[in-house]
Design a protein around this ligand. Structure first.
Ligand SMILES: Nc1nc2c(ncn2[C@@H]2O[C@H](COP(=O)(O)OP(=O)(O)OP(=O)(O)O)[C@@H](O)[C@H]2O)c(=O)[nH]1
Ligand SMILES: [Mg+2]
Length: 355
């Protein structure tokens, strides 16, 4: 019996052999893996590819780590302020300064020539009383991830931010920036895979959510073994191919929410402010004292999933300890319902704490 790979396989193999960087090699090896025949006679071929992939992954990760360390020389990072920091990024002349100026009112230079902005510019956006710090990152270019035009420091600003706004004049510009980000392990166009691998004390690998597994169990165990993981509990919450599993286990990746705006395609309105604020995955809630109106001027900005206990902590530690109950308008079943400490809040809720 022969292994009989198809033309896609050989095409990928040619590209692999011609590839110059470890990233490119990895990409084509993964392509070869996808197109390799999966039967008894080709086991050896597949095992070889798997081995090469795991070696290359290690090499790529090591490079990324070193790139991160190199960036430690000096830093442009902006101290965080407000309820979250969002970096505005894009190629030269993509309209970053105009966006920053329009939304926050900060005086920055907007000009038709490239590289007008040479250092991070900062402004504060108000959204329903929440404060969002916006930082214009000087222009990124093709090659930023290799350190071109201060790229290492600029991408470190991106890594440091809680979320990103990417301005682009064309689809190509957008893709080019996404590539620079992903070269340094910042992923914006997809979410972190919902695949969780946890060490356990028990021998062997247990798998929850097996219906999502898109490879033989033996292969999953084999991949973990190659990473020196022999005891683990694996939980799958989405279709899990080999590529997804490797991605989920890649600790060097940094997933960020990103709003993509076309240079001429945005309008300064409530919708834009809302889209920007929602990048932070936070909620805005208001507190009130018994018998008083809610204080709309001083909202609390909390992480999504926050509970009454979190609000009490914010108000006062002692109150948190002695908290008996709270009343909630909004997410409660009826206005002013009494709820317990672990009641989960929703955006816009009004909370009355009684100690
Ligand atoms: N008409 C129009 N012009 C825009 C828009 N956005 C940017 N521009 C123009 O494009 C040029 C560059 O805008 P900037 O905001 O300075 O761009 P930038 O991305 O900050 O540029 P650098 O700091 O040099 O990287 C300016 O001449 C702007 O007036 C827009 O939405 N509409
Ligand atoms: Mg600018």
């Amino acid at each position: 019996m022969t292994t009989n790979p198809g033309p896609e396989f050989f095409n990928a193999q040619d590209k692999y052999q011609a590839a110059k960087t470890p990233e490119e090699k990895l990409r084509w090896l993964e392509e070869m893996y996808k197109n390799a025949p999966k039967h008894k006679a080709s086991e050896k071929l597949v095992a070889e590819i798997t081995y090469k992939i795991s070696k290359l992954k290690q090499e790529v990760e090591k490079q990324k780590e070193q790139a991160k360390k190199k960036g430690g020389g000096y830093s442009l990072n902006v101290k965080k302020d407000g309820d979250g920091q969002i970096a505005i990024i894009g190629m030269p002349n993509s309209g970053k300064s105009l966006l920053l100026k329009t939304i926050t009112g900060v005086e920055v230079e907007v000009a038709p020539y490239p590289f007008t902005t040479t250092k991070p510019e900062v402004g504060m956006m108000d959204y329903k009383g929440a404060k969002v710090q916006l930082v214009e990152v000087p222009a990124l270019i093709g090659g930023s991830s290799q350190g071109k035009a201060n790229g290492t420091q600029l991408l470190s600003l991106c890594r440091n931010a809680d979320a990103l706004i990417l301005l682009h004049r064309t689809g190509e510009e957008k893709q080019a920036i996404i590539k620079e980000l992903s070269n340094v392990g910042i992923i914006v166009e997809r979410k972190k895979p919902r695949i969780f691998v946890q060490d356990t004390e028990f021998n062997g690998i247990t798998i929850g959510g097996k219906q999502f597994l898109q490879m033989p169990e033996k292969e999953l165990a084999e991949i973990l073994k190659q990473m020196h993981i022999f005891k683990a509990s694996v939980l799958l919450e989405e279709p899990t191919t080999r590529e997804k599993l490797l991605e989920a286990m890649d600790k060097t990746l940094d997933y960020k929410n990103c709003l993509f705006l076309s240079t001429f395609g945005w309008k300064n309105d409530e919708g834009l402010a809302k889209s920007i604020f929602s990048l932070l995955e936070k909620i805005i809630v208001y507190t009130k004292k018994p018998g008083n109106e809610p204080d709309y001027s001083d909202p609390l900005v909390l992480a999504k999933g926050a509970t009454i206990s979190d609000v009490a902590q914010f108000v006062h530690k002692d109150i948190a300890q002695n908290l008996k109950y709270a009343r909630v308008w909004g997410s409660a079943k009826f206005p002013g319902q009494r709820v317990s400490k672990d009641h989960m809040l929703q955006d816009g809720d009004i909370i009355e704490i009684s100690a």
